[in-house]
Design a protein around this ligand. Structure first.
Ligand code: AP5
Ligand code: MG
Length: 194
């Protein structure tokens, strides 16, 4: 299975992908995690990305394409993958399609987790108390949400046109959202129609 998870910041992409990774045995590929690791390790990519991430803006498309191309070139993606955080705009969606076409591994399912913006603010405020993500201040979260609305939200339409998109409600408990996603993957037609 080759799955893309879409959703606003704090919608639960990372949480759900980690559970699906266990359940389906597919690698969870989060571009946010890859970037945060690069920042920590102070690689060239990390040095380039840190300030952009701290503002809640998007890292340039060419940089992201190189990162995702490298990751998808590793052997553990042979049976599929769960993409979390990529693609994040229409140009990235087109690049990903071209890349996966070349690898003969097209995207099969796209699941968008829908969430109320005020819940996002509450969830991330809670996470900010527990974890140390430098982009989890309220000001930056609001910018991440604005960037999401302007640049990432249209990606759902891109996949809907290709008949790949299913939307699920993300405001239930972690377990409830997981069940919605699993039913989409098992039956291909639960959740909300796109
Ligand atoms: P990224 O790491 O992808 O961050 P994000 O999209 O802003 O999303 P989050 O990771 O904050 O939220 P999530 O949806 O994963 O939710 P989570 O499961 O953690 O990107 C960070 C930055 O990297 C970007 O701003 C950009 O700069 C850069 N970047 C990354 N990819 C890029 C790309 N492709 N192109 C360019 N730049 C890129 O849940 C949030 C919290 O809520 C957690 O505490 C969780 O425990 C809790 N929670 C989850 N589900 C529930 C639930 N059902 N009920 C209650 N609480 C819940
Ligand atoms: Mg995440």
């Amino acid at each position: 299975m080759r799955i893309v998870l879409l959703g606003a910041p704090g919608s639960g992409k990372g949480t759900q992908a980690a559970l699906l990774e266990q359940h389906l045995g597919l690698p969870h590929i989060s571009t946010g995690v890859l970037l945060r690791t690069a920042v920590q390790e102070q690689t060239e990519l990390g040095l380039q990305a840190a300030a952009i991430m701290d503002r809640g803006e998007l890292v340039p498309d060419d940089v992201m394409l190189e990162l995702i191309e490298q990751r998808l070139g590793r052997p553990d993606v042979d049976r599929g993958f769960l993409l979390d955080g990529y693609p994040r705009n229409l140009a990235q969606a087109e690049s990903l399609d071209a890349l996966l076409e070349r690898l003969d591994q097209p995207v099969e399912e796209v699941i968008q987790i829908d969430i109320d913006p005020e819940q996002v603010i509450a969830r991330i405020a809670k996470r900010a108390e527990q974890e140390d993500r430098s982009d989890d201040t309220e000001e930056v979260v609001r910018n991440r949400m604005r960037v999401y609305q302007e640049q990432t939200a249209p990606v759902a339409g891109y996949y809907a046109e290709r008949g790949l998109l299913t939307r699920v409600l993300g405001d239930g408990s972690i377990e409830e959202v997981q069940q919605l996603i699993l039913s989409v993957l098992d039956q291909g037609e639960s959740g909300l129609p796109a």
